[in-house]
Design a protein around this ligand. Structure first.
Ligand code: NAD
Length: 225
């Protein structure tokens, strides 16, 4: 029970990596606020021991502030909300760019602004931000806007870490490769030949397969502990 007596808040916990991480942290004894835009997805995990659910659209700053007031101080925040825009710079519109920066970066910025003060009051806290290997780590084809936004998440993470590491706060980013989640399945199914598209996704993976969300969750547990 590595997270006994800890309180954790997770964004976008309705499915994928965030959901697997929320369940893993709850299994380690944390009280986990699993939040998501989609109430139907949250209902699927309602009733799980140690899980509390709350609808939260991380594009809505007022809702973030209200949720922070409702939840109170947390020991760890997992900022996982994000989306993938597929395409090169010439295939991305201003709207694509603005949306990626809002959902993938500004939501993390607002969540940290809302929850960090209570962490500082208690002199302890762990913030975990979701970046990606497609970021400042690597440039990947057809991930221009996505890569820009995830590089910004790494910049945000390093900045918060530098400002607050001396005050008991850790801030880390995780940078997964391709993980088999519902949104990846949607992206694969959008290809004219989804079977071939999945084969190509797998062919790009040095380990010969896609990662599973449950394989990322232990890292989140570790960083929250
Ligand atoms: P997903 O994309 O399958 O699920 C996304 C979740 O976000 C859904 O539950 C959805 O309801 C929720 N959501 C969407 N908009 C929201 C909003 N405005 N407010 C709150 N919730 C909202 O999950 P995933 O594939 O595990 O991706 C999660 C994160 O991991 C993203 O930031 C993604 O960029 C990152 N990531 C994913 C992969 C991958 O290959 N799947 C790899 C590296 C990083």
């Amino acid at each position: 029970m590595r997270l006994k007596d800890k309180v954790v808040l997770v964004t976008a916990a309705g499915q994928g990596i965030a959901r697997a991480s929320a369940l893993a942290m709850a299994a380690e004894g944390a009280t986990v606020w699993a939040t998501d835009l989609n109430s139907a997805l949250l209902r699927e995990i309602e009733g799980t021991p140690n899980i509390r659910t709350a609808v939260l659209d991380v594009l809505d700053k007022e809702a973030i502030v209200a949720t922070a007031e409702r939840v109170g101080a947390v020991d760890a925040l997992f900022n996982c909300a994000g989306y993938v825009h597929a395409g090169s710079i010439l295939e991305a519109s201003d709207q694509d760019f603005a949306f990626a920066m809002s959902l993938n970066v500004q939501s993390h910025f607002w969540m940290i602004q809302a929850l960090l003060p209570a962490m500082l009051d208690r002199g302890t806290g762990s913030i975990i931000n979701m970046a990606s290997v497609a970021s400042s780590v690597r440039g990947l084809p057809n991930r221009c806007v996505y890569g820009i936004s995830k590089a910004a998440v790494i910049g945000l993470t390093k900045s918060v870490a530098a400002d607050y590491v001396g005050k008991g706060i850790r801030c880390n980013a995780i940078c997964p490769g391709t993980v088999d989640t519902p949104s990846l399945a949607d992206r694969i199914n959008a290809f004219p030949d989804p079977v071939e598209a999945r084969r190509q996704f797998i062919a790009r993976q040095p380990m010969g397969r896609l990662a599973k969300a449950e394989e990322i969750a232990p890292l989140v547990v570790f960083l929250a502990s």
